[in-house]
Design a protein. Structure first.
Length: 215
């Protein structure tokens, strides 16, 4: 691999039922996504260059490809915390880029951006499969994307609010800390996380991220 080439992951998203949301709620959704991207910059060690894409779509570039599914879940949680009507399809791809990323990802021409967009379009075209997440990889990673998308697609706002904080890959807060931040009881936070399947999700993400194929 050339010295100025590196592997990244690209997430390409599209708001679900954006027509039904209306302009005000679309702006609210993008504010939540942008805040989530800023939070995730700490995980990646650099900006995700979050970019609005084709009106109600968006893209983000991850310097740490292993966190792609964790990132997709965090973006979903950020949306669902705003209300049950907010959600996004997410297409994911991993690949090499040469040189620095553009501030506006719409200006990127690397193949990984095209693959991510194609993955999103495939998800939406195969409506009978009821997919919300899709990864262009084959095998375990693709299967995990499908299953995690299914598990998370019905998260409630009460579940999503603590999940955003708990999805940090290396510095998860305690239930007590989350309860204090949200103005909830510790019991309410524990119940919300348990009903969302957080323990299983977190274990699956940790195992997947330990796969050296992302390096």
């Amino acid at each position: 691999m050339p010295q100025n080439t590196r592997k990244i992951a690209v997430l390409t998203g599209d708001l679900v039922n954006s027509t039904g949301l209306g302009p005000a709620k679309i702006e609210r959704a993008f504010a939540a996504l942008e805040d989530c991207a800023e939070m995730q910059a700490e995980w990646m060690g650099e900006s995700l260059h979050f970019t609005r894409h084709r009106g109600d779509g968006w893209q983000a570039a991850l310097a740490e490809p292993k966190y792609a599914l964790r990132s997709a879940l965090a973006f979903r949680a950020a949306l669902r915390a705003e209300g049950s009507e907010f959600d996004s399809y997410v297409g994911i791809a991993e690949g090499d880029i040469t040189g620095p990323l553009e501030a506006n990802l719409n200006d990127q021409t690397d193949n990984v951006f095209t693959k991510s967009g194609q993955m999103l379009e495939w998800i939406k075209a195969e409506a009978h499969l009821e997919l919300t997440f899709g990864h262009a990889a084959t095998g375990v990673t693709s299967a995990c994307a499908i299953l995690l998308g299914h598990i998370s697609q019905d998260w409630t706002p009460a579940q999503a609010a603590p999940l955003i904080r708990m999805l940090h890959p290396t510095d998860t807060p305690t239930y007590t800390e989350i309860a204090k931040a949200l103005g909830k009881s510790r019991q309410a936070v524990a119940k919300a996380l348990d009903s969302a399947g957080f323990r299983s999700i977190y274990a699956a993400l940790n195992d997947l991220e330990g796969d050296e194929s992302h390096a």
